[in-house]
Design a protein around this ligand. Structure first.
Ligand code: FES
Length: 164
């Protein structure tokens, strides 16, 4: 399989932004120590997530086995699927958990119809949980992108989501 064939023909990610943009970065980092993780971060910035095709492209460009690239992607929890326009993170740290964080998770899963780690069908939200987001005194807390919502309860969720 040549390079063009190895790319996903119907994949929006690849057709919207060809890897040529990343190839320039790979050339810049090629001889630098620890370059793989830096390249992966930049690739995620450029393309939003690290598809298998993209991982394969990076592996070939750096002359490394795909297993090494995939191992780093997994270990550092890079995104391997398209992400939503916004990221919701509900805190399930101890303070938030005991004050109802789990109920918020359940309510959001139901209203957004997603599991943890998934993106809504309309591509609007990626839904995740966090361990502590630094608002323990006003638990339970959640974040949408960089905005922290404190003392959240399930009755406030619709109003919060409607801002997005
Ligand atoms: S435990 Fe939730 S903000 Fe700290």
């Amino acid at each position: 399989m040549n390079n063009a064939q190895s790319r996903c023909a119907g994949c929006q990610q690849d057709s919207a932004k060809p890897f040529v943009e990343l190839d320039h970065i790979i050339d810049l980092y090629r001889n630098k120590e620890g370059n793989l993780i830096q390249i992966l971060h930049i690739a995620q910035e450029l393309y939003g997530y690290l598809s298998l095709e993209l991982q394969q492209h990076i592996a070939e460009a750096l002359n490394k086995p795909l297993s090494e690239v995939s191992g780093v992607v997994t270990f550092y929890s890079f995104s391997t699927k398209p992400r939503g326009e916004h990221t919701i993170r509900v805190c399930l740290g101890t303070a938030c958990y005991v004050r109802g964080g789990k109920k918020i998770v359940d309510a959001l899963q139901k209203s957004l119809q997603v599991d943890i780690g998934e993106t809504t069908a309309d591509g609007k939200f990626t839904f995740e949980v966090a361990r502590c987001i630094g608002a323990c005194g006003l638990a339970p807390a959640m974040m949408i992108d960089d905005v922290v919502y404190k003392q959240v309860n399930i009755n406030k969720l619709d109003a919060i989501l409607s801002r997005y």
